[in-house]
Each structure stands twice: as structure tokens, then as C-alpha cells.
Design a protein around this ligand. Sequence first.
Ligand code: NDP
Length: 330
Amino acid sequence: MDYTPQQDRYTNGMVYRRCGNSGIQLPVISLGFWHNFGFIDNYATALDMVKYAFDHGICHFDLANNYGPPAGSAEENFGRMMKQCFAPHRDEMFISSKAGHEMWDGPYGGCSSRKNLMASIDQSLRRMNIDYVDIFYSHRYDGVTPIDETMQALVDIVHQGKALYIGLSKYPIEKLLYALNYLHEAGVPCLAYQGRYNMFDRLMEERHLQICASKGIGVVAFSPLAQGILTDKYLNGIPADSRAARPEGYLKTSDVTSEKIAKVARLKTIADERGQSISQLALAWVLRRDEVSSVIIGARNLDQLKDSLRTTSKLTLDTSEINRIEEILK
Ligand code: NDP
């Protein structure tokens, strides 16, 4: 093993929150592998980020079968890291994967059939060089597969010992309620719901947050920086190396609107007053909600990761700050 983790990793600043009513605590900041960890990216940079994250109390790493590009390569790189550095620390890590988006050719390579989920979990475990995932998510409600089929496959995956917990992601509210009930009745309750939540996307506030709280399910918020818009990077145009500029990025230049950037510029005043970066303010804002157990950040390099991690030194927003942010966002 060519890595010795920092001894003070659990006492050097990270804050942990209970995930719903479960026995699991998650770091308020988790690291996601959607972008920046595939074969097209620099492996050494990716490894440095994971080491730095682990050294600073991030023990939750979020993956999915299709992360890359190419699809599967983020899990393969993670598996290489496990072998190279983290295998002795497996019990300190909370690793998630997901299935449900298009992954391989043919009629079974996408959606959330039993056929897809059973094959996918095995593929993910092989790629990541681990025996089980801590949480396996249904990545989305696909609108085609009967929910009972998807839920029973998830329950069986837990019974087979391939996942410790189940999670759901991007489910419309009625489908979510049905799925939660199914899992509860089956004795494998849903641990966490993963949804997009940031200053520019507040759909989760309509019902998902409240329902998760009432059912004792933790909320794990993804894209808390709106894929980078809620940082200072787009204040003066679109940098060539940004996600919006790169062809493989899921952020389109058309998403970076002048209206949003004007709001980000106003948010910067509040961030400056707090002695924070815009990204730190944006993360603290998501974490102001008690229902949110963790935000999953993306980072392209160590500087971005360090910046986001500093959020934990000033998490609380007072009422006047929250009201001023509300005024800007409305
Ligand atoms: P973010 O909103 O945190 O966006 C991350 C991007 O923002 C980075 O790649 C970088 O983009 C930019 N950025 C990050 N920090 C800084 C900084 N300090 N200063 C300037 N720019 C910064 O999250 P993601 O959209 O990447 O999503 C995070 C994770 O959530 C994913 O990796 C995945 O694990 C999960 N997820 C889950 C989904 C689901 O369906 N369940 C869907 C989407 C994500 P740049 O390259 O431009 O520098």
C-alpha cells in the first residue's frame, strides 16, 4: 500500500450527520465520481483528491455504474485506488453505487429490471474491487419497469449481501411513496434519497424533503454547486477548461444564463462578508436544512476540493443572511 492516512482525519474539521433515523452517520460533505474520475481524466489528480478527501474526514464516496467516461471507468479507477491505497480502510468507507441509466448495449443495459440490477451490482463490485457496496441506489424511476420488480431486486441484493442498504434517486413523489412503502414492508427500509438540490434548483423543497423527514430517510443532495455555476468561475465568461465548455460535460453553455450569473454576483457580496467563497456559501445554504444529511460535491482538482471542504468551518447561516439570499434567488 502506498498510502498512510492522516491520523487526525476524523478530528480535523469534518462534521457528521445522522442519515435519517438510521445508525449511519455521513460526513456533511461527500465526494462524487460523476465527472473527473474517468479514463479521460488524470488518474494521479483523481487519486490525490480521494486521498485528501479521506485525510479530511470524507468517508463517503458516491459512484454509479455509468460514471466515466467511458461508462464504468470511474468505478474501475476507484477499484484501482482501493487496491493501491484504501483496501485496509474499507470498513471506514461508505461506498455507494447505482444502476438504472443506460450502461450496456441491448434491452437489458438500461432501466431498472431485475435483469439489469442483478447484473449491474455484480459488474460494479468487480470494477471497484470490493465485496459489497454500503448503499445501492436505484438511479432513477424509469417509467417502464414495474416498481415492485425494481424494489424486490433491491431487497434481494441486500439479502445476497452485495449491499448493506438501499437508496433511491430521482423518483417522482407518488412513485417514491410507493417504493418507500414496499421497501419498508419487505424489511429493507430505504436509507437515503438522492436528489438534485441547490440554490437554483429547489424542487426538492416542494415535497421530497418533508416526506423524507417524516419517514426517517436521509437526504443526500447532489450537484449542490449547480455543476459549478454557484462558484466564481463563470462570473467573467466561460473558461475553456470548465464543465460548461467541455464536450463531455453535462453542463451546457446555455445553462449558464446571464440571469443566474447576476444572482451569483450578488451572492458573492454575502459570501465576502462571511469571509467565504461563493461555493462555501452555496454548500452551507444546502446544509441549512436539517433533512440534508450530506451534500455530494464534484471536484476537478485539489484546489476545488480544498475550497469546498473549508465550508465546515462556517456552516451556520443566520436568519438575516437566509432572508437576503432568498431575496436574491426569488
Ligand atoms: P457540483 O454541483 O459540486 O459541481 C461540481 C463541479 O463544479 C466541479 O466539477 C467543478 O467544475 C466545479 N467546482 C467545484 N468546486 C469548485 C470550486 N471550489 N471553485 C470553482 N469550481 C468548482 O456537483 P456535481 O454536479 O459534480 O455532482 C456531484 C456528485 O453528485 C456527482 O459526482 C455524483 O456522485 C452525484 N450525482 C448524482 C446524480 C444522480 O442522478 N443521483 C446526478 C448528478 C450527480 P469544472 O469542471 O467546471 O471546474
